[in-house]
Write a protein that binds this ligand. Structure first.
Ligand code: ATR
Length: 279
């Protein structure tokens, strides 16, 4: 078998990753399986041993183990090292190498939906949130040359710690959420990475959009619900929106590329997954 794959995390019974990777395997004509490997924290090390022994091609890692998996791996790709979290592991002849595909996956999804926007690296970007996803996205945008990326978060110190990443390119200011709200008209792209608005708290928004530019893009990485309150408000103000399921697909696509060197086509899946999540 070419590819034994899996997902390590907890709880993951409702994960969409098996659906995605099964389709990738089919549409690249790769023979393989993708299993749910749900483990408690005290079983994590043992699971990694089992994965090694059973010659998996690789696996994904999700919450709550994106950082906890690191001591059990042999090597980290520089991007994962800088972000400090791993969501994809490649088994290269018994050596487990950790990668982080979230940031590049996000950038690919944005590029796919808004190709003209990403051409101009002078655009003003605002990142809402300073958790693991924000860190990965910041790093990828910075590496790809975006010049202006501000970060707003409830806890300022966490935003500052992202701004302190080695940043040869971007100029970054750290803001409170209310400062971001007041200065929103400055931004061309707003990337929402907090948990605010996620099921079951669908009536919440991290900031109000009164000052949103009409030609801005509002991007929310939450995909449950697919139409967060923030995205609905953005649309009603005439702005463009970018949905969270797309990052999920593209981070998976990049993981698949790391494992097999093949790039699954995902145009139809983007539409299918959106419909699935819209119910
Ligand atoms: P992930 O890894 O998915 O990015 P995380 O690391 O738990 O998730 O980060 C969650 C983000 O949502 C953080 O930016 C968090 O803000 P704090 O750093 O202040 O904790 C933000 N967040 C969660 N609940 C929030 C709320 N009620 N209001 C504002 N921000 C919130």
């Amino acid at each position: 078998m070419e590819g034994k794959l899996g997902l390590v995390g907890y709880p993951i019974k409702h994960s969409l990753s098996p659906w995605i990777h099964q389709r990738f395997l089919e549409n690249t004509e790769t023979i393989g399986t993708y299993s749910i490997l749900e483990v408690l924290e005290n079983e994590l090390e043992q699971m990694v041993q089992t994965i090694r022994k059973n010659s998996y091609k690789g696996f994904n890692v999700t919450l709550p183990y994106k950082q906890k998996i690191i001591p059990f791996l042999d090597e980290l790709d520089p991007h994962a090292k800088e972000v400090g979290a791993v969501n994809t592991v490649l088994n290269r002849n018994g050596k487990l190498i950790g990668y982080n595909t979230d940031g590049i996956g996000y950038l690919r999804s944005l590029t796919n939906h808004y190709p003209a926007f990403v051409e101009d690296r002078q655009k003003n970007v605002l990142l809402l949130g300073a958790g693991g996803a924000a860190r990965a996205i910041y790093y990828a945008l910075n590496q790809s040359g975006f010049q202006f990326i501000d970060i707003a978060n409830r806890t300022i110190e966490k935003a500052q710690s992202i701004a302190d990443l080695k940043t040869p390119v971007s100029k970054t200011s750290v803001l409170t959420l209310s400062e971001a709200e007041k200065n929103l008209d400055k931004y061309d792209l707003i990337i929402q990475t907090t948990n605010v608005g996620m099921k079951p708290n669908e009536d919440e928004v991290p900031i109000r959009l009164e000052k949103l530019q009409e030609n801005a893009i509002v991007s929310d990485i939450i995909y449950q619900p697919i139409w967060t309150k923030l995205l609905k408000e953005a649309k009603s103000r005439g702005a463009s929106v970018h949905h969270g399921h797309s990052m999920l697909l593209y981070q998976a696509q990049y993981a698949f590329e790391i494992w097999f060197g093949r790039l699954p086509i995902i145009t139809n899946m983007d539409i299918q997954l959106k419909q699935l999540l819209e119910g």
